[in-house]
Design a protein around this ligand. Structure first.
Ligand SMILES: *[C@@H]1O[C@H](CO)[C@@H](O)[C@H](O)[C@H]1NC(C)=O
Ligand SMILES: *[C@@H]1O[C@H](CO)[C@@H](O)[C@H](O)[C@H]1NC(C)=O
Ligand SMILES: *[C@@H]1O[C@H](CO)[C@@H](O)[C@H](O)[C@H]1NC(C)=O
Ligand SMILES: *[C@@H]1O[C@H](CO)[C@@H](O)[C@H](O)[C@H]1NC(C)=O
Ligand SMILES: *[C@@H]1O[C@H](CO)[C@@H](O)[C@H](O)[C@H]1NC(C)=O
Ligand SMILES: *[C@@H]1O[C@H](CO)[C@@H](O)[C@H](O)[C@H]1NC(C)=O
Ligand SMILES: *[C@@H]1O[C@H](CO)[C@@H](O)[C@H](O)[C@H]1NC(C)=O
Ligand SMILES: *[C@@H]1O[C@H](CO)[C@@H](O)[C@H](O)[C@H]1NC(C)=O
Length: 664
C-alpha cells in the first residue's frame, strides 16, 4: 500500500519531459554529467568531461526563476577510493565557467502553442583526460542547492596479450541480417534446398549480433552508431565521437578518442578510410573526427587532415594515411574553408591526389593518398557493372557528367591495403582500415532493393578478395577482419512476384495477386538464364562472376517490403534506367512519385508525410570476424563492445599513456 502510493506520488510529481523533445540529450535531470552514467572506457582512452547546472524559467521543471545556483562541482572516486574533487583527481586547474541560455519545447503541444521553455545554464569542461586503471569509477555532480547527479563509469580490463597487428573494419551501412539472406538467394544457387556456393561471410568463425540503439534514442542514426562501434561510447543522435551539450554549437562538446586515434597515438600506426558514400558522411567521419553535428562537412574534411583544431584539440593529429571515396563537393573552395581547395591543400601536405580508378591504381604504395571519384556518392555496383549507361549521369569531381572511370569497393579496399601494408612495413607498425559499403543504406532508404542487394554482394565479394589478398602478401595471420553494420532497415522478403502477370493486370487489387507466398514463392530465378530449364543442376556464372546473379531481371523476382515506408508504388522489378525515387514532395508533404514504378500497385506510407524515404529500424545486426581475435566476437553484443574487442585484440590498453611518433 505504502509503496504503491509513494510510487503514485512520484509519478504525479515527475515532469513531462524527454520523449518527443529532450531538454539536453543524455541529461535527464537538471545536472548534466558527460560522459553520462553507464559509460565504459578503454584503459587510457582520451576524453573530455563536461558538467552543466540548468535552471528552466518555466514549464514542468522550472527552478528558482531560471537561476541556477552558482555553486556546482564534480567529484570522482576510483575503485574503493574516496570522492575527491575532479581537479585534484586529474591534477587540473578549474576551467572558466560558461554562462548562457537556450530554449526547447517540452512536447508537441508546447510546440503547437509556440510556448518554448527558456533554460539558463552554468557549465564547465575538463579536457584531455585519461583513466589508466581498470575498474569502477563513481562520479558525482552537486548542483542547484545540493541536488546530485551520479554516474558510474567502468574502465575495461586490460588484454592478456596483443593478438592482431592489423585490423580491417568493414561496415555494411544499414545491413540487417535479412539483407544477407536475400543477397545469398540472388547470388548463389540452391539445389533441392542446399546452397552450392555461399557468401564469404557465411564462413566467418566469429559470429554474433549487436544491438544498435543509441544513447538517447532507441533508433540510431549512422553518426552515433558508428561512433559507438569506433569509440565504445553510445552517442547522442548526430554526434561524431562528441556528446551533444546544450550550447547548440557543433564544436566544443565533450569528445572521446576512437580506437583508430588510439592506435595512431600509441603505436604510430597507419590509418585508412574507404567509403562508397561522399567521404564527409557519418560513417567515415566517425573514424577520427569529433563534432556533435554530422553535417559539418567542411570541418570533417579538415579534421581528417589536421584533427580538431584550436582550443578544443588534445594532441596533434597528423592526417589519415589515405582517404578514398566520393563527395568532391566538400573539397572545393568555399566560405567554410577560406576559399581553399582541399585537393590543393592535401597535395601540399604530401598526398598524391587522384580522381579516377586509373589514377588510383597508379598510386605509389609508399606515399599517402587522397582519391575522390565523384560529386556525391560513388555509383552503385549495379550501375558500374550491369546498367552501365547510367554512368553517363554520374558527376565527375570536376563537375562534368559521365564519371565512367570509377572504382568499386573492392578496387578501393585492395589498393588501400597495398598502401597501408607498404607504409606499415617500412615503419615497423601495423595498420587499421575502415571500409564502408555505404550504399546499402542509401539504396534501402530509397527502396531500391536491387541496387541495395548489389552493394551487399559487392561487400561480400570484397571480403573474399581481401582474404585472398592478405594471404598473398603474408598478412592474413596478423589481421583481424570485422564485418558488421551500424544499424538495419526493417526489410525482409516474403515471397516471389510474377512480374509478367503483375504488369498485365489493370487494377491495384489484381496486381497484388502476382505475389506468390509459401509453396507459390517457388525457387530463386536469379541464377537461371532465360530459356534454361530451372531443374538443370549446373551452376551458372553470370558476367560479373560467381557470387552475383546471372540476371537482375527475371520474370519471378523477390516480393519484399519494409517496416517504414513513404507513399510509393511497387512493381517488384529492377529499375534499369534510373536509381529509384519513391516519393516526391508536393504542398501536402511527400506523395507517390508519378514517375516511379508506374506498372506497380500503390502502398500507402506509414511515416509522417514529411518523410520521403524509409528510415532505420531497431533490429540487431550481424557481426562477423575472421583472423586473430575473431573468437572475441561471439554471442549477443552491444555496439560499443565492438570497440572494446578491437582494443583487446590490439591490446591498446597496455601502454595507453605513451605516445609513439607517427612518421608521415
Ligand atoms: C538569455 O541570455 C541573454 C544574454 O545573455 C539575456 O539577455 C536573456 O535575458 C537570457 N534569457 C533568460 C530567459 O534568462
Ligand atoms: C515560458 O516563458 C516564455 C516567456 O519568457 C513564454 O514565451 C513561454 O510561452 C513560456 N513557456 C511555457 C512552457 O510556459
Ligand atoms: C576557443 O577558441 C575560439 C576561437 O578559436 C573562441 O571563440 C572560444 O571562446 C574559445 N573557447 C574557450 C572555451 O576557450
Ligand atoms: C571567397 O570567395 C568569394 C567569391 O569569390 C568572396 O566573395 C569571399 O569574400 C571569399 N571569402 C574568403 C573568406 O576569402
Ligand atoms: C547519396 O545517395 C542517396 C541515395 O540516392 C541520396 O539520397 C543522397 O542525396 C546522395 N548523397 C549525395 C551527397 O549525393
Ligand atoms: C544445363 O544447362 C547448361 C547451360 O544451358 C548446359 O550447358 C548443360 O549441358 C545443361 N546440363 C544438363 C545436365 O542438362
Ligand atoms: C499532393 O498530395 C495529395 C495527398 O496528400 C494528393 O491528394 C494530391 O493529388 C497531390 N497533388 C499533386 C499535385 O500531386
Ligand atoms: C603511465 O601510467 C602509469 C599508470 O598510471 C604510470 O605509472 C606511469 O608513470 C605513466 N607513464 C607516463 C609516461 O605518464
Amino acid at each position: 500500500m505504502v509503496a504503491s502510493s509513494l510510487l503514485l506520488a512520484a509519478l504525479l510529481a515527475s515532469p513531462a519531459f524527454a520523449q518527443t523533445f529532450r531538454r539536453t540529450a543524455a541529461c535527464p535531470s537538471l545536472g548534466c554529467v558527460l560522459p553520462p552514467d553507464q559509460t565504459d572506457f578503454i584503459a587510457g582512452q582520451t576524453f573530455d568531461i563536461r558538467i552543466e547546472a540548468q535552471a528552466p524559467v518555466n514549464g514542468s521543471e522550472a527552478y528558482n526563476n531560471g537561476t541556477p545556483d552558482e555553486e556546482f562541482h564534480l567529484k570522482i572516486a576510483g575503485e574503493g577510493g574516496q570522492l575527491v574533487d575532479v581537479t585534484e583527481f586529474f591534477g587540473l586547474t578549474e576551467p572558466e565557467v560558461e554562462r548562457y541560455n537556450f530554449t526547447y519545447y517540452e512536447d508537441l503541444f508546447a510546440e503547437d502553442a509556440h510556448a518554448p521553455t527558456p533554460v539558463n545554464v552554468l557549465a564547465k569542461s575538463y579536457r584531455n583526460l585519461q583513466l589508466h586503471n581498470p575498474g569502477t569509477y563513481e562520479v558525482e555532480l552537486t548542483y542547484n542547492g545540493g541536488q546530485t547527479t551520479k554516474a558510474t563509469w567502468v574502465v575495461e580490463p586490460l588484454a592478456d596479450c596483443k593478438k592482431a597487428k592489423n585490423v580491417i573494419f568493414f561496415v555494411g551501412d544499414g545491413m540487417a541480417g535479412s539483407m544477407l539472406s536475400a543477397a545469398r538467394l540472388l547470388g548463389h544457387k540452391t539445389i533441392n534446398g542446399k546452397y552450392q556456393t555461399k557468401l564469404k561471410l557465411d564462413e566467418a568463425p566469429g559470429y554474433g549480433v549487436q544491438m544498435t540503439h543509441s544513447l538517447d534514442s532507441f533508433i540510431t542514426d549512422s553518426a552515433n552508431s558508428a561512433s559507438a562501434l569506433f569509440s565504445g561510447k553510445k552517442m547522442t543522435v548526430n554526434g561524431l565521437n562528441a556528446y551533444t551539450d546544450s550550447t547548440g554549437k557543433a564544436f566544443g562538446d565533450p569528445k572521446v578518442e576512437t580506437i583508430f586515434e588510439m592506435f595512431r597515438r600509441i603505436e604510430g600506426g597507419q590509418v585508412g578510410i574507404v567509403s562508397k558514400a561522399y567521404i564527409a558522411d557519418a560513417t567515415p567521419a566517425a573514424v577520427v573526427t569529433h563534432t556533435s553535428q554530422r553535417s559539418q562537412y567542411t570541418s570533417i574534411i579538415e579534421q581528417y587532415l589536421t584533427g580538431v583544431s584550436g582550443n578544443f584539440s588534445w594532441y596533434p593529429w597528423e592526417g589519415v594515411d589515405l582517404l578514398f571515396g566520393g563527395g568532391a563537393e566538400n573539397f572545393l573552395p568555399g566560405p567554410g574553408n577560406n576559399n581553399v581547395s582541399q585537393f590543393d591543400r592535401w597535395a601540399g601536405e604530401g598526398y598524391q591526389v587522384g580522381y579516377t580508378k586509373t589514377e588510383l591504381e597508379a598510386f605509389d604504395n609508399a606515399q599517402r593518398a587522397l582519391a575522390i571519384f565523384t560529386r556525391g556518392n560513388i555509383s552503385t555496383w549495379l550501375d558500374q557493372n550491369v546498367y552501365t549507361d547510367l554512368l553517363d549521369l554520374a558527376i565527375t569531381p570536376q563537375g562534368e557528367r559521365g564519371a565512367h572511370d570509377q572504382p568499386g569497393l573492392k578496387d578501393m579496399t585492395l589498393k588501400a591495403i597495398d598502401i597501408l601494408h607498404t607504409r606499415a612495413k617500412e615503419r615497423d607498425t601495423g595498420f587499421m582500415l575502415m571500409s564502408e559499403a555505404a550504399l546499402i543504406d542509401k539504396e534501402m532508404h530509397v527502396l531500391d532493393i536491387d541496387r541495395a542487394l548489389g552493394e551487399v554482394l559487392e561487400l561480400d565479394d570484397t571480403v573474399r578478395a581481401v582474404f585472398d589478398h592478405l594471404e598473398e602478401i603474408g598478412e592474413l595471420e596478423d589481421t583481424l577482419i570485422v564485418v558488421t553494420a551500424d544499424h538495419g532497415h526493417g526489410f525482409d522478403v516474403f515471397g516471389s512476384a510474377d512480374t509478367k502477370y503483375l504488369q498485365a493486370q489493370n487494377s491495384d487489387r489484381a496486381k497484388r495477386n502476382a505475389v506468390g507466398i509459401y509453396q507459390n514463392s517457388g525457387l530463386s530465378a536469379y541464377q537461371v538464364p532465360e530459356g534454361v530449364n530451372p531443374t538443370n543442376h549446373s551452376i551458372f556464372t553470370g558476367p560479373q562472376g560467381e557470387g552475383f546473379p546471372v540476371t537482375w531481371d527475371p520474370r519471378y523476382t523477390i516480393a519484399h517490403g519494409w517496416a517504414a515506408i513513404p507513399d510509393h508504388r511497387e512493381d517488384y522489378s529492377v529499375n534499369t534506367d534510373h536509381e529509384r525515387v519513391p516519393a516526391v514532395k508536393n504542398t501536402t508533404g511527400y506523395f507517390f512519385n508519378p514517375e516511379d514504378n508506374q506498372r506497380g500497385f500503390a502502398m500507402t506510407g506509414n511515416l509522417g508525410v514529411a518523410e520521403g524515404q524509409g528510415v532505420h529500424s531497431l533490429v540487431d545486426v550481424p557481426v562477423f570476424a575472421f583472423g586473430p581475435g575473431h573468437e572475441l566476437f561471439r554471442g549477443v553484443m552491444n555496439s560499443p563492445d565492438l570497440a572494446f574487442k578491437v582494443a583487446q585484440a590490439l591490446n591498446l590498453g597496455r601502454n595507453s599513456n605513451v605516445t609513439a611518433p607517427y612518421k608521415k
